[in-house]
Design a protein around this ligand. Sequence first.
Ligand code: XMP
Length: 507
Amino acid sequence: KVLILDFGSQYTQLIARRVRELNIYSEIHPFNKIPKNVSEYKAVILSGSPMSVRSVEAFHPDLAEIRAKKPLLAVCYGAQYLAHFSGGEVAPSDTREYGRAHLSYVKEGETFFKNIQKGSQVWMSHSDTIKSLPENGELLASTEDVKNAAYKIKGEETYAIQFHPEVYHTTDGKQLLENFLIHIAKLNPDWTPDSFVEETVAKLQAQIRNDKVVLGLSGGVDSSVAAMLLHKAIGENLYCIFVNNGLLRKNEYTDVLEQYKGMGLNVKGVDASARFLDALAGISDPELKRKAIGRVFIEVFDDEAQQIQDVKWLAQGTIYPDIIESVSATGGPSVTIKSHHNVGGLPDFMKLKIAEPLKALFKDEVRRVGASMGMDKALLGRHPFPGPGLAIRILGDITPEKVRLLQEVDAVFINGLKNAGLYDKVWQAGAILLPVNSVGVMGDERTYEKCVALRAVESTDGMTADWVNLPYEFLQKTSNDIINKVKGVNRVVYDISSKPPATIEWE
Ligand code: XMP
């Protein structure tokens, strides 16, 4: 496996994903928490960072167990870090080095640059530049503006690059990672969905034995795939609970419950809509909404779990980005934007052991694992949907009538996407009910009704997202359908903000 030390770059997760796309397992750890079992990692990658190595508070990890002991790839900040603290020189650059660049020099015969030619496009994103290489540094590549774009340290398997191999715009980034990991570090590309299922099922069986496990299904991909893995491992000893919080999509509760039963899962549906809506009455603040929903969910879930005799384990569909975000929140180098409640949301009094079979996977990997177990494509292809559901898409306070209205709008939009063959081209879509009324005219009547916003984004992991350029004809038809079919809405707008600086959900 590969260790990625995170210095807080926006791109660190992408490094992990690119490595895994090569069928090599990788883990991210904060730079200041190098795992004790570092000897088990076959190679190490240092990430970029918003920090400058010249600042007094520059991140300065102790690499004694790593440097010259195993293959090391230093990216961006990592490359500057190696230079700055080992006899090289890093200084502010005269020009902004941000965006596309092309390799103008590549040293011949280097395995590190195997199959990568002069002219190859790379992505730069830094304001400091490496003026001179560290001790024993040997130049491997340059661009027009950046002389020291790549170097190695003689006598070590240490490589450093100023550009970002993990971003899409670095055309040969994947090849470069392959060169480093497979040809230099000699890692085996044997980490596949099938091998993951096989290993995980065996691990779960050994861990859980004949104990009973309870799992909360959400209708989403993660909890469903987690359930199938456990079902494969322990069969009827898995007790699934599917809670209707009254904030799901139209008909979702009944449809999804049926689907779970069809998959052979031992699942109990609990309709707690009224309890959730009561707890939310009068609350407008996004974080308070999240907290109220989290609290009621735990109460409802606990009531149900108590009814399963001798249950010893709680299984969760936690995935890797959830873990990284919460690591960051507790001492890592980046900040938290919203309080998601799938991690650490368990009250101590439940005293259950935790099983999280997907905690090492990214979303797309979860989908591939589901597919390798033969799960329904439509279920695996479902758009992500937030735990607090429509509550964070109804701006302002929540009433049953607003929920119903938004469910109708959302259904028109989502079914429209499906009918137009656009659903699978979009990573996530939904409608937002705005707390404004506006004037309209229908027939000869004046109306003064609600406005809804439609949101559709492209993303790979929800960390960054671009709004989708949906065809005008589709938007036109959808707007018409919504206003004609959903009484109470007279205006539809389309959200054209990307993340960052916006977020996907409005709250
Ligand atoms: P944001 O709005 O932060 O959303 O750009 C990123 C992704 O996370 C989903 N999301 C949540 N999921 N509980 C969840 O399980 C939450 O509290 C929550 N808030 C946002 C959002 O739908 C998007 O996919």
